[in-house]
Ligand binder design. Sequence first.
Ligand code: FE2
Ligand code: FE2
Length: 294
Amino acid sequence: MLELASEQQQKREKTELVLSNVYNLPPIPKAMKEAMDLLNNPSTSATSLASIISKDQGLVTKILTIANSPLYGLQRKVTSIDFAVMVLGFTQLRNIISVLTMVESFKNKTDKHLDQKEFWLHSYLTGCAAKKIAEDFDFPNSGEAFIVGFLHDMGVSIIHKYFHTNFIEIHKMATEKGISFSEAEAEKLGLNHQQIGNFLAEKWNFPEILCDAILYHHNPSASNLNKTLPAIIHLADYMTHALQIGHSYWDKDLTLDESTLEVLRFRNHEEADSFIKSYEELFMHQANAVRYLS
Ligand SMILES: [Fe+2]
Ligand SMILES: [Fe+2]
């Protein structure tokens, strides 16, 4: 038993060592970097920000798609980047560009083990749904819900990119042994994707509440910090599975953590089910709009 524990510990340490090198993210597209620099500078004008973003058509399309997502919840249709800067404001734009930057940096090539489009769609829907759920439940910072929702499974992407051989073995192990991806990840690497996401988010100095929500996105009741944000992310993630839109095969056995009902004050399962159902059309609409974006 003790031997097994120390073997797991060794795997964990080895994985953490590799992850420490991921700390330095690979270079991101120039326009994204310049936009982030501008957003972090208090004297930046809306015009200069819009002109930098406009240089990268891919970035413009992604920002406009998010801004116009019915799940994202803006009332007005945003057709130009100048208008997006005005309507979204710097904080929301920073959130959007941050997640796009992160996803871009640890993106890998699609192969038969992980389809990047599928991963992007799942992240996107979870992020936008988490933001809307946060607003529906008067959670004070829906921007945080958007960021964590978008990045909750980044551990999966990291394993695919930096531990590729292990990813293939995890895939195989989960199928053959009939265990969840998370269990197979923990067995192979000493850490599952929730822990890997959390480890990196801490390294990147994300606020504690965000790191915690990434760590507990499968089991929000285990959080000791604030159960609301992990519960929101968990519900958004679960919705993709319940509605079978933009769901992820790596977490296909995800079940709803019962504590979510209590934390979000649903009276019973029926109420939670009809809440989930009320998102179906938004999910469908959105999935069609973003399918070709990644
Ligand atoms: Fe997950
Ligand atoms: Fe997920």
